[in-house]
Design a binder for this molecule. Structure first.
Ligand code: SF4
Length: 230
């Protein structure tokens, strides 16, 4: 009997060089807890909003990914043949956040199993990652997402040990008042800074509109053809 397959999301056409492995933040206790706190980036999380509205159809696949990554050890059987290609950039946790050490180790395993890709993970969970930092393979990059909107400069510019960068989110008001240099367009496929550069401090504005489709998260379309049939 074959194992349940992970759902890999990809861009189409000339942007095919970026793909993503997402999980479901709506069933993640950490996400739910932080989303309830005012002033956190989780409280304005695009992934949660999209999965609750016009991207509801991705919930089953991302829930399945969560379950696969939380249980047991991954094998080749969890991947459709040719899931990735040489030189591909893969975003870990385009939607969702780490749940525990098992999930993190499984993401490390995915990078190890596919040494010809470059994987980049965004996470706030230093409590999970830092004790396991020695296990991160060479082709896996870590971007620390700061928790609060409008972080003070010392927080915004501190890159944790073993990470390649830090990602911050600002309100329009704060950015104008403090002259924040916004350097994230939200269109990863044409930017790739987080996927290719080291020691980066990234600053993004809160998106004002729900459903700004030509942006970071929604650039990535879930490929139904790699979804497992149960
Ligand atoms: S648009 Fe560029 S800077 Fe912003 S998250 Fe994507 S790769 Fe990083």
């Amino acid at each position: 009997m074959s194992s349940t397959k992970l759902t890999i999301s990809t861009l189409s056409g000339k942007l095919l060089h970026v793909s993503a492995i997402s999980t479901n933040p709506l069933i993640n206790d950490y996400c739910n807890k932080m989303a309830a706190l005012d002033g956190t980036t989780c409280s304005i999380c695009y992934a949660r909003r999209y999965l609750s509205t016009f991207r509801k159809n991705a919930v089953p696949a991302y829930t399945r990914n969560t379950k696969i990554l939380l249980t047991g050890k991954l094998t080749e059987d969890n991947f459709k043949k040719n899931s990735f290609f040489v030189g591909q950039h893969v975003r870990f946790l385009a939607y969702g956040e780490l749940v525990n050490a098992t999930m993190f180790k499984n993401f490390c395993k995915i990078a190890e199993m596919h040494p010809y890709i470059t994987a980049t993970m965004w996470t706030k969970r230093l409590d999970i990652v830092e004790p396991l930092i020695q296990e991160v393979p060479e082709n896996m990059r870590l971007i620390y997402s700061t928790l609060m909107i409008d972080p003070p400069e010392d927080v915004a510019t501190t890159i944790p040990e073993g990470f390649t960068g830090v990602f911050n989110v600002y309100s329009n008001e704060y950015a104008v008042k403090h002259g924040v240099d916004i350097n994230c367009s939200g269109s990863c496929a044409t930017c790739l800074k987080c996927y290719t550069q080291d020691n980066i401090v990234v600053r993004e504005l809160i998106k004002q509109k729900l459903g700004n489709e030509n942006r970071r998260y929604t650039d990535v379309k879930t490929r139904q053809d790699v979804m497992p049939l149960e």
